[in-house]
Design a protein around this ligand. Sequence first.
Ligand SMILES: *Cc1c(COP(=O)(O)O)cnc(C)c1O
Length: 394
Amino acid sequence: MNDSFDPAWSVDTLGIRAAELRSQWGEHSPGIFATSSFCFDSAEQAQATFAEQRGGYIYSRFTNPTVAAFEQRLAAMEGGDACVATASGMAAILSLSLTLLKQGDHVIASRTLFGSTISLFNNYVAKFGVRFSYVDPCDLDAWREQMGPDTKMLFVETPTNPLGEIVDLRGLADIAHRGEALLVVDNCFLTPALQRPLSLGADLVMHSATKYLDGQGRCVGGAIVGDAQRVGKQLFGFMRTCGPCMSPFNAWVFLKGLETLNLRMRAHGDGAQRIAEWLAQHPAVAQVHYAGLASHPQHELAKAQQSGFGGIVSFELHGGQAAAFRMINATRLLSITANLGDTRSTVTHPATTTHLRIGPELRERAGIRDGLVRLSIGLEGVDDLIADLEQALV
Ligand SMILES: *Cc1c(COP(=O)(O)O)cnc(C)c1O
């Protein structure tokens, strides 16, 4: 592995040149090390490797060259010291919860998190005696009021899903660090191409690699990035023992995905901006949620902490669920699927799919109404997407 990259390179360069993997054969594109274990020259060498007296790979639940290349490259792009790759985004959240929290701890989380994250916290992690409070993510006073001596973690997504609200990460990091808490940011929607939470004061960043890091909707995976102690030692120790690891094949797909991440994120954002502007003037549309619009209440904050606005646009139709379903069923170019961050544009009705399980009360409080539609703008021609939306919205 080529470790001699310069962390000061741009994210474009790091995505292509950081942690280049090359075997003795000199291949230009990285290989897939599809092996469950690694061989030793002697019993003594095996002993020294297990005792960590020498480096070297042992078993692919612990480490694997292809997985390690993905981890090191993503860490470089996020500006972190260490990264562990996981089997999915949810496995990343489970791993960091079980590693960093214990009975009696308190967590403050945004109430607009990805639906499964809230289910994971409430149905599984809470069983082990961890208490969760949910707050309006944009109201820093609400976070402050919940802070207590047992508060160990603040968990947030920005922009939020599906309403695209922007959370002030510097402000939130300050609140966390006035207490004993860590700030964890799910950076799935913007990726390090558009937002680097560690540089804004966050302690840990997590990803669903399934989305933009792959970028072509092929594999499920996740990752956690942060400092050498918490991620490199504690989370690595959890992964090694408990086993929610990433497969080498998936790591290879994500590694190649990182090479085009910056380019893709800019293209997704350009398309989303044009579509948000077009939707904003359409008579069937009550409201558009996209931080790239000057009318968005946190447009200035988004400009200050992000280098782009991303590819997710949501909007509310005047006609409620009936109008949303009619529009979704009439589109021809948008795939009706739960994934996002794909080359293909996708459409979802959050209230009846991704946010069904949190129940009507939490949905109401999170502002996810029945007329809301979420688009993930892909890489098709923007004129074709607008023409498709136009015929679907009559
Ligand atoms: C998809 C998603 C997750 C979960 O990731 P999986 O890879 O599906 O397990 C977590 N957070 C956000 C914001 C997501 O969009």
